[in-house]
Every structure is written in C-alpha cells, then in structure tokens.
Design a protein around this ligand. Structure first.
Ligand SMILES: Cc1cc2nc3c(=O)[nH]c(=O)nc-3n(C[C@H](O)[C@H](O)[C@H](O)COP(=O)(O)O)c2cc1C
Length: 359
C-alpha cells in the first residue's frame, strides 16, 4: 500500500459475496449491501449519497452539502453519482436472490430522498447478476492511455444495450466525430482552468496520496503530471489549462472508443437514470475486460454542451466516456458505510425553500 490512500479508506474494496451475513437480520444484510453501493464512481469522488435502513428496505438520499457548485450547479452529476450507487445496491440485492423494488421520489416532504429500495420477492440469480455484482469492486476509473486495440462491435453493442435497459442511450462516436469531440474537450479544459473558481473547487477535491480523507481524488489517480503533494498547489495557483487540454486531446484521439451517454429528458429523474445506465455500462465494460474513464468537462459548460447535442443529434448528452484495454487502475478512497448512514441534515432555511424546478 505504499503511496496509496490511508488503508482504512481502501479496505472497503476487499468485499466479496463470501462475507454476506446470510443468517443475520434483514437490517444487517441491507447494511452489507450498502458496502457495494458506496463503491460507485462519483464526480471528484465527492460521494454525495446517504442511506437510511429500516425493516423493509433502504432509503437513498442525495447529499447536497457535497454539490460541486462550480462545475455542477444544477446537480446533474450529483444525481448521476447517486444513480450509480443505486444501481450497485440493486445489483447486490439481486445477487443475493431478492428483487429490488424501487420507488423514485417517494416523499413530497423529503426532497433529498430520491429512491426507496425494498427487498422484494425471491428471484433466481442469473449469471449476468453474478458477473455485474463481481465487477463492482473490480471497476476503477483508468485515466491512463489505452492500448491501441479496437473494441469489437459485439462489446459496443453490449454497452449500448446496458445503457438502454436503464432508460438512457449510449452512442459510440465515429473517428471524425471523436476528433471534433477532442477539440471541444480541449477547449473546455482551457476555459475551465482559466477560471479561478473552477481551479479552487478542483484543488479542494485533489488529495495527496497519503491523505487521511475518505473522499477526493488521490494524486496517483489524477496527477496532471505533478508529484502528488504538489498537485493541489499547482492546480490552485497556475493556469495549466493549455497543458491539460493537450493531454486530454491526445487521450481522446488515442482512445479505441469514445461514447456519449444521454437521456431524452433533462431533469432529476433522467439524471438518476443516466447514473444507473452509466454504472450498468461501466460494469458491463469491466466484465468484458475493458477500462473506462470520464471526460465530462465539455458538458459542464453550456456552449460546449450544445455542440455535443449537435454532434450526437440524440437528446440530452450527460456523460462522455472513453473505453479501451489498459493496465489495472488503483482504487480510490471511500468513506466507510458507517459515515454515510442516516438522512442528510438540512439547515432549516434550505429545507423550507420551495424546490427549484429544474426540468
Ligand atoms: C458523473 C461523473 C462525472 C465524472 N467526470 C469526470 C471527469 O470529467 N474527469 C475525470 O477525470 N473523472 C471524472 N469522473 C470520475 C471520478 O473522478 C471518479 O469516479 C472518482 O474519483 C472515484 O474513482 P473511481 O471511479 O476509480 O472509483 C466522473 C465521475 C462521475 C460519476
């Protein structure tokens, strides 16, 4: 574990079906399943989720105190991150033979409560259930260049179907579209790094390799070429946009597969679907031995997002994903289950404000 995050924030990845507390109370079993939910990816590894367990199921909440105000003011990525955790929870419930029944936005009063997952009827676990479940702790974002090995149409099709099953679409870009996307991503990088607020927010979530934090992105995962202890200072202080832009452009152009995941609508429910679709697609990729990483900067700025809409001609682009074959990436820290249990605390002033209509 030399050069890695604190061991206690990585032990959560050493989880396997063998330790499922089969004979224990339902609440203990549900708590075990949440150990899989927290392994979902989240923007800047903010882990903007909370879970509340009771005798019949799990309430899944967004934690808006972890909203990335600069890059994600509307909460699109926050909802997608929670959607990813929700998918893991569903996959884990199926793995142990129960249908997950999901009710979306079950409460008018608790606006952060996005889903209630109850332990449904007994089902026969399929091979696909087991494969997706086993992929949860094996999946890691891999930002390294991928091998120049093509991704087959069969696997592309599996990813397209994975997204579709969760109410989203996934479109693989042709090489000329990919070149255009690479230019847009590089332009977005330059614009973002030129913005002091963006640099400050990013620097806050970049952590040193040995950080005691259970969240944020460690230097070994995303370093911008700097030693891990210097990354935060580098990002906060200098406009390294030109350098980042060139690096990401090369990464995109060298990717065997670039894809856009999107939805027809653009509201909280659509973002939850996009997050579930994201996670089903990432786990499916993992099952096929593929690595993936995200290039979302162009969708965080309205002018570039519109260009992605034109490029895909499909609806609302939500995520840009790069797929390919590469070395295994290292795990990033997670806050343990005990730290994310219980409904989020909402200050009275916020709780009493009318809900914004983001539809
Ligand atoms: C909605 C969403 C958007 C993301 N956007 C980016 C991105 O634009 N660039 C990037 O390098 N990583 C991005 N990530 C990846 C996260 O930084 C990563 O999931 C997190 O650091 C945890 O690491 P892990 O995926 O290896 O578990 C995104 C993740 C999510 C869920």
């Amino acid at each position: 574990l030399i050069g890695m995050a604190r061991p206690e924030h990585l032990t959560c990845w050493n989880i396997s079906a063998g330790t499922y507390p089969r004979g224990a109370s339902l609440m203990s079993r549900l708590r075990f399943l949440i150990g899989y939910a927290i392994l979902a990816p989240s923007s800047h590894n903010t882990q903007p989720w909370r879970f509340q367990i009771d005798e019949s199921g799990v309430d899944v909440y967004t934690d808006r105190s972890r909203l990335l105000e600069v890059i994600d003011g509307e909460g699109r990525q926050l909802f997608m991150s929670v959607g990813g955790a929700l998918f893991n929870l569903r996959a884990a419930m199926r793995r142990f033979g129960h249908e997950p029944n999901v009710e979306f936005f079950p409460s008018k009063r608790e606006t952060d409560l996005v889903a209630r997952v109850t332990h449904g009827r007994k089902i026969a676990t399929t091979i696909e259930d087991v494969e997706l479940f086993d992929a949860i702790p094996a999946r890691h974002t891999n930002r390294q260049p991928f091998d120049p090995v093509p991704v087959s149409f069969r696997i592309t099709d599996a990813l397209v179907r994975a997204a579709h099953r969760e109410g989203a679409w996934l479109m693989r870009l042709h090489p000329d579209e990919r070149t255009r996307a690479a230019e847009l991503i590089a332009a977005a990088d330059r614009k973002q790094f030129n913005d002091k607020r963006f640099r400050k927010e990013l620097a806050h979530w970049l952590v040193s390799n040995k950080s005691a934090r259970g969240d944020g992105i460690p230097g070994y995962s995303k370093s911008y070429g700097a030693p891990s202890t210097a990354t935060t200072l580098l990002v906060r202080t200098f406009d390294i946009g030109g350098r980042v832009a060139e690096g990401e452009r090369d990464l995109v152009n060298g990717s065997p597969m670039l894809a856009v995941l999107g939805t027809d609508r653009d509201d909280e429910r659509a973002w939850l679907n996009a997050g579930q679709a994201m996670q089903r697609a990432l786990l499916t990729a993992c099952v096929h031995g593929l690595s993936a990483s995200f290039l979302n900067q162009a969708l965080e700025l309205d002018e570039f997002r519109t260009e992605f809409e034109d490029l895909t001609g499909h609806g609302q682009p939500q995520l840009v994903l790069r797929f390919g074959y590469g070395a295994t990436a290292r795990p990033t820290p997670r806050r343990p289950v005990g730290e994310v249990l219980g409904a989020p605390e909402i200050p009275y002033a916020v709780a009493s404000e009318p809900k914004q209509n983001v539809g």
